[in-house]
Design a protein around this ligand. Structure first.
Ligand code: URA
Length: 220
């Protein structure tokens, strides 16, 4: 169900509002200590939203998501396999500030950033949400491992608490995090193969599982 009620200009205004709130927020240590908050960037009318974990060092120093080594590799594979440029999708993270030493984000940090991410999703209403890594996947598909579900699309329904999102049912497409792909050829091959599956999903050739029951949890 696409958001046909908001014009591109309205979406840009709303997305900028969310980004400004993220930049102004000082309620977490990682927000206070960040060189730059990283709200996310890309096409407000994107069909695909890619959601990573949290900014790394290069992202913290530039304020842009996935511009370090793993992000550059991901953009190259995205374009090489699907033909989509990174500007054509929307890229963001579960957590909008860099955790020190790239440690895992805490439950408190994920929860503090949750509303901004939900608003970004509600504004853009992408047809496909690609989750990159386990923290992003856990927002939509709890109690599974990436090795079990990567490359398998499923429908998702948000909990009715998220009023703006009740009539919107995106397809979730779980993938390994690009940093994991950079650590070894096995995962790299899976990562590239999953982009091929994403491409065929874009042209509707793939079987999609129904995840509405899981979706009701929307735990993170
Ligand atoms: N890893 C992530 O999960 N997100 C980024 O933006 C960069 C690296």
């Amino acid at each position: 169900m696409h958001n046909t009620y908001m014009t591109t200009e309205e979406k840009i205004i709303q997305l900028n509002k969310v980004a400004q709130e993220i930049k102004d927020f000082k309620g977490l240590d990682i927000a206070k200590n960040a060189n730059h908050a990283v709200p996310g960037e890309g096409n407000p009318d994107a069909q695909i939203m890619m959601i990573g974990e949290a900014p790394g060092q290069v992202e913290d120093s530039t304020g842009r998501p996935f511009v370090g080594q793993s992000g550059q590799m991901m953009a190259k594979v995205l374009t090489g396999v699907t033909g989509l440029k990174r500007e054509e999708v929307f890229i963001t993270n579960i957590v909008k500030y860099r955790p020190p030493e790239n440690r895992d984000p805490s439950i408190e940090e994920i929860s503090a950033c949750k509303n901004w991410l939900n608003r970004q999703i509600a504004i853009i209403q992408p047809r496909i949400i690609v989750t990159l890594g386990r923290f992003s996947m856990a927002k939509f598909i709890p109690d599974v491992t990436i090795s079990q579900v990567h490359g398998h699309p499923r429908f998702f329904k948000f909990s009715t608490i998220n009023h703006e999102l009740t009539n919107y049912e995106p397809i979730i497409f779980p993938m390994y995090h690009p940093a994991a792909a950079l650590r070894g050829t096995t995962v790299m091959n899976i990562f590239k193969d999953d982009f091929l599956k994403l491409k065929s999903l874009l042209v509707q050739k793939t079987k999609i599982e129904d995840n509405k029951l899981h979706g009701q949890l929307d735990i993170f």
